[in-house]
Each structure stands twice: as C-alpha cells, then as structure tokens.
Design a protein around this ligand. Structure first.
Ligand code: F6R
Length: 609
C-alpha cells in the first residue's frame, strides 16, 4: 500500500501532485516525496510524515514545473525515513521513480547492478533498484529503458518514472498493483487510485496488468507487454472523492472488514511455502534461544490484547511454553517475573501505543528477548524490538480495529507453529493439519462476508437494545470479548463479555427480558456445555443469537437466531468467529446514526498513558 501520483501539463505540477497525494493518504502516510524536472535535472524533495510535512519543504516558488511525480509511502522494505522515501533516483540523478508494491527479486538485481556497474545504493528499499535499472538502460528513450527494466523485475508493482532529458512525459507500468490514468484537456495524470485525480478530471483509463503508459500533456498511450498499442474505453466517474477513497464502501470500517480475506492471505502466503514451511525473515529466533525460554509474556492493549489472548492458546498448545497475557497498562506496575529467560511479545497495530511501548522497555531492561507483532513498519515498537513480525494489513483508518486484529491472529498462529517446530513440541501431522486449516481461512472469511445480509438483518432488528452481552467458552471467550469491544466502542451500547461457565457465579443477575445475548458455540469439544448455557440464559427471558458452525442445528432449536459460519477445526475458529461480530457492530452503529469510523472519545493511536 503506497500512493502514486504523476502529472503532465503546462504548469503548476506541484499543486496538482500535492492535491492528489492528499487524497491518497489512506494508502499510507509514513513518508512522502515529489520529483520535478527543473533546469535539466530532477529536483527531488522528500520527508518523513504526511503530505502536510511535504508541503513545508516545497513551498519555494522556484520549485514547480509542468511535469512531476509524487508518492505517499507505507513502508515495507526499510523503515520510514527521508532516504527510504520515494522518489528514488539513479546514480547520475537524472531519472526518478515512484513505486507501489514489492520487487521480489530486488536482492538479485541489486547484486547485478553492484557487480556490473559498481552502483552504490543509498536506501534500504527495493524501489531503488528500479531507478538504477532504468538508469543503466537509459539511452535518451525513457519508454525503452522502462520496458527493458521491467523485463528483469519480478513481483507486484505500479511504477511511474521521469527523466530530466525528457521533461515532457511520464512513463508508467502496472503489474498486480492498481494504476489509472486521468484524462484532462491539455494535461493528464497517472495515479494509484481514482481519488487522486477526481478534483481535476472524471474521465479515466483503468490500466490492466502488464501495460505500460506513456503520458504527455496531450496524450496517454497504452502499450501491452509485447509493445502493441492498446485501445481502452474511457471510464466516466460519477461518484465523489469521499466514496472513491473508501473504494465504494460507505465507511472505512466496512471496507477494512472486507479486506480481511486478502490481509490474512498475504500474511500467510508470504510466510508459508508450498510445503508448509514457515519463513520468518525478520525473526532471528534459534532452537537454542527457544530452549532457553521458560515463559512467554504477551503484552498489548484493547483489540491487540485480545489477539494476545488467542496467542496464549496457540503458543501453549503448539509450542508447550507457559504464557501470561497482560494489558500493557497493568504489566509494568506489578513487578512481573521477567528475566533473560523470558520471551516478551508486544502486539500493536500502530506500534506507537505508549503503554505497550513502556511495557516493552520495562521487559527489555530486565533482559527479556523482545519480539513484536506490528502493522506499521518502522514504528517505535518495531524499532525497539529484537525481532519484528509485520502483519502487513495495510493502513487501518477506521478507529475500530478489524483487519489488524485478524492479521495479528494469523501472525500468532504462524509464530506459535514456528516456535513449536523449533522446540519439537508439535508433531508433523498436527503441524500440517493446522497449516492446511489456515490456508482455507481466507476463503471461509469471504463466505461469511458474502452472507453478511443475515447479520445486517439482525442488526436492523436489535439495534435499539441497550444491553447486549457476549458469552463463549475456550477461544470463543476471546471472540466474545472482542465482539463486545467492537460493539461498545462504535455504538455506545452497554456491553460485556464473560466466559459462559462463569455467568452463573454472579453476572447472570443482569440478564432479563431486555437483554440480547450472543452465545458463541464454535468449539466442538465444548458445544454441549454451551447448549446448556443457552438454556440457562433463555430461562431468564433474554433473546439469544448463537454463532455456530454450519450443521450444528441443535443450537438453532435452543436459541432465537443463529448465524452459521463455515466448518473448520476448533483451533482456527477465532479467525472466523469474530467476523460476524464485527459486521454486527458495524450495522448497529450505522443504524444508530453513530460516527462509525471516528467514534466519540477515541483515537486511532493512543500515545498517552
Ligand atoms: C479497538 C482498538 C483499540 C486498539 C488499542 C491498541 O478497536 O483499535 O483497542 O487495539 O488501542 O492499539 P495498537 O494496536 O495500535 O497498539
């Protein structure tokens, strides 16, 4: 996830590119940059942070032109820094490139460039190889040089390039990363996404994989991979900028809920090879390290803490090491037993949550090995950890966390299996069974999303309830907690979650005819017990919605409503059970007229204690 904008016209390229980048900040916002050909060279300006920061370093009147490319970054290779920010330039500084995606064989290309041309690399990015590749092939024809460079690259990318010697054009390429061209009169755009250009144009070319564009102020030419000209119909955009940023969804939250199949797939596919081996490049744990741990602490806040609770189940089960899970704000004030035999795992979407960071520092000062599961590359938690496991969920904009949570869960599964292999706790058969079950999860999450109207109808029926509780057993207790948190944070309904077996030890006193209760029953080995719990609850007059695996009809007879979710082995059900609860919270919030993406009293990144 990064955002690209390129503009070719007669003047004011800077203003157009900045406007486009601002509309693309939802694609990433950790650093930004712009390049404009000025007086025979390419003038590149870059900064850490968002587009507001970029504006401050380009406000001199001498910095403008008729052509330029810009970028807003969401770091993958290399931390957010000025050096790693795009655009990247070639060795002689007359070609600049912006890129969204990953060049899988960049190490190989880099070695070739160093050995054959003695090129010195400045950044840690994969993108820099593209600038140098185009540079070594450049012989006065940017289009030709880009074509040759692309032939050497493997991976997913959208690229836009400019050359100082051809200051009237941009050459762009698309492969497995979004790219559009915006068509104006006397000017044209290229961009990662439609919102970037909607302020200026509504006529668009949607670019297909393996197509190259040559954009000048009066023309946009499209070529296929064999270099043949492609004729493309113009797509006329009728929606507004706000809707476009959300990819047609009404809110970021529902968009991000729908991004979960891809998010989980990315987290799994990029780490698990076809034989089921897990490769964790940024984690340097050895079998010897693992043998030295006598306990694991998982520390996090809110939703990330819930991912930690699932981590306790998975690490204890797959790796056989005792795990304690703590909310970060409690951990450091209670003298925890942490020493150099402790593996400390911090989980954080933002990587900037102050309580989590402070807990991490406390554990580090006591000698623990620090491993973090983080979404934002180069964030404070990531930087201060010995090992980092990136969730790669892409930027999460909605305050209520959804895709970050399910990708955190996917990471916890992989990490637990990885450690279990290193210490030999897990058998090969059981390991393979879990890997196979995980591989099927994205499709099953998609099935739940395809049937979301079932959940929407229930939300339409029950959105006025003022007491909505959640119960479950085993990992369903955790899904209950997360479902309850989602509901209360965006709909302000009084809600709690409790282990179903604990209900009758006091809390059942709160249950009456006004209560709506979610009974999560996705664990086969605890199913009978959950059915008995549902009977107890029904006897107090509450309305019950059960969440159960397809085919478990018995619960349908006992409860008022059932949301069936696809069958899978118990161990991986947390990745499925949460999805209908996210959807329920979303539709209830919408029905109640709440601000879904920015609920009251909350912030996306909590950097105070
Ligand atoms: C709830 C939510 C919060 C965060 C918590 C930790 O939807 O988003 O509970 O999970 O504030 O934030 P990170 O993961 O950024 O450390």
């Amino acid at each position: 996830m990064c955002g690209i904008v390129g503009y070719v016209g007669s003047k004011n390229a800077k203003e157009k590119i900045i406007s486009g980048l601002k509309s693309l900040e939802y694609r990433g916002y950790d650093s930004a940059g712009i390049a404009i050909p000025i007086n025979g060279s390419v003038d590149v300006r870059k900064c850490v942070g968002g587009i507001d920061n970029l504006e401050k370093i380009i406000d001199d009147i001498n910095y403008d032109g008729a052509v330029g490319i810009g970028h807003t970054r969401w770091a993958t290779h290399g931390a957010p820094s000025v050096i790693n920010a795009h655009p990247h330039i070639n060795a002689s500084g007359d070609i600049a490139v912006v890129h969204n995606g990953i060049i899988e064989n960049y190490t190989e290309i880099k070695e070739w460039l160093v050995d054959s041309y003695g090129i010195e690399f400045k950044s840690e990015t994969d993108t820099e190889v593209i600038a140098h590749l185009i540079g070594v092939y450049y012989d006065g024809d940017l289009h030709e040089a880009v074509n040759r460079a692309v032939k050497k690259m493997r991976g997913a990318y959208a690229i836009a390039a400019i050359a100082a010697n051809e200051p009237d054009k941009i050459v762009a390429v698309r492969k497995d990363a979004p790219l559009v061209a915006g068509l104006g009169k006397g000017f044209n755009f290229v961009a990662s996404d439609i919102p970037a250009v909607l302020k200026y144009v509504r006529e668009i070319y949607l670019i297909e994989n393996n197509e190259t564009l040559v954009i000048t102020k009066d023309d946009v030419k499209i070529f296929d991979k064999d270099g043949k000209t492609v004729k493309r119909d113009v797509f006329h955009v009728t929606w507004d900028v706000d809707a476009a940023e959300k990819g047609g969804y009404e809110h970021f939250m529902i968009k991000e809920i729908h991004e979960q199949p891809d998010g989980i797939k990315d987290t799994l596919n990029k780490r698990v090879d076809k034989d089921g081996n897990i490769m964790l490049d940024d984690i340097k744990l050895t079998a010897e390290d693992v043998a030295g741990f006598n306990r694991v602490y998982i520390v996090a806040c809110g939703t990330a803490y819930h991912a930690g609770l699932i981590g306790k189940y998975t690490i204890e089960k797959f790796a056989g090491i005792p795990v304690e899970v703590d909310v970060a704000s409690e951990f450091r004030y209670r003298d925890p037993f942490v020493d150099d035999k402790t593996l400390f795992i911090a989980i954080s979407q933002s990587g900037e949550t102050l309580d989590t960071l402070a807990a991490l520092r406390e554990a580090k000062s006591k000698g623990a090995r620090i491993l973090s599961v983080v979404n934002v590359v180069g964030s404070s938690v990531a930087r201060e950890s010995d090992d980092v496991f990136y969730t790669w969920a892409g930027p999460e904009i909605s305050v209520a966390s959804t895709k970050a949570y399910t990708t955190q869960l996917a990471c916890m599964y992989l990490l637990s299996l990885y450690i279990g292999k290193l210490n030999g706790h897990i058998s090969d058969n059981y390991y393979n069974e879990i890997i196979d079950a995980l591989r099927d999860i994205p499709e099953k999450v998609q099935e739940i999303l395809d049937r979301k109207s079932v959940v929407e109808k229930l939300a339409n029926t029950f959105y006025k309830k003022e007491k909505i509780f959640f119960v479950g057993r085993g990992t369903d207790t955790v899904a209950s907690k997360e479902g309850s948190l989602k509901l209360k944070e965006i709909s302000y309904i009084n809600s709690f979650a409790i282990a179903a077996g604990e209900l009758k030890h006091g809390t059942i006193a709160l249950i009456d005819e006004e209560t709506l209760l979610f009974a999560l029953a996705t664990q086969d080995r605890l199913f009978e017990k959950m059915v008995s719990n549902v009977e107890e609850i029904k006897a107090r007059g509450a309305r019950v919605i059960a969440i159960a695996k397809e085919g478990n009809e018995q619960i349908a007879e006992k409860s008022d409503e059932v949301i069936f979710i696809p069958q899978a082995i118990d161990e991986v059900m947390p990745l499925l059970a949460i999805v209908p609860l996210q959807l329920f919270a979303y539709y209830v919030s919408k029905n109640r007229g709440c601000n879904v993406d920015k609920p009251k009293n909350l912030a996306k990144s909590v950097t105070v204690e």
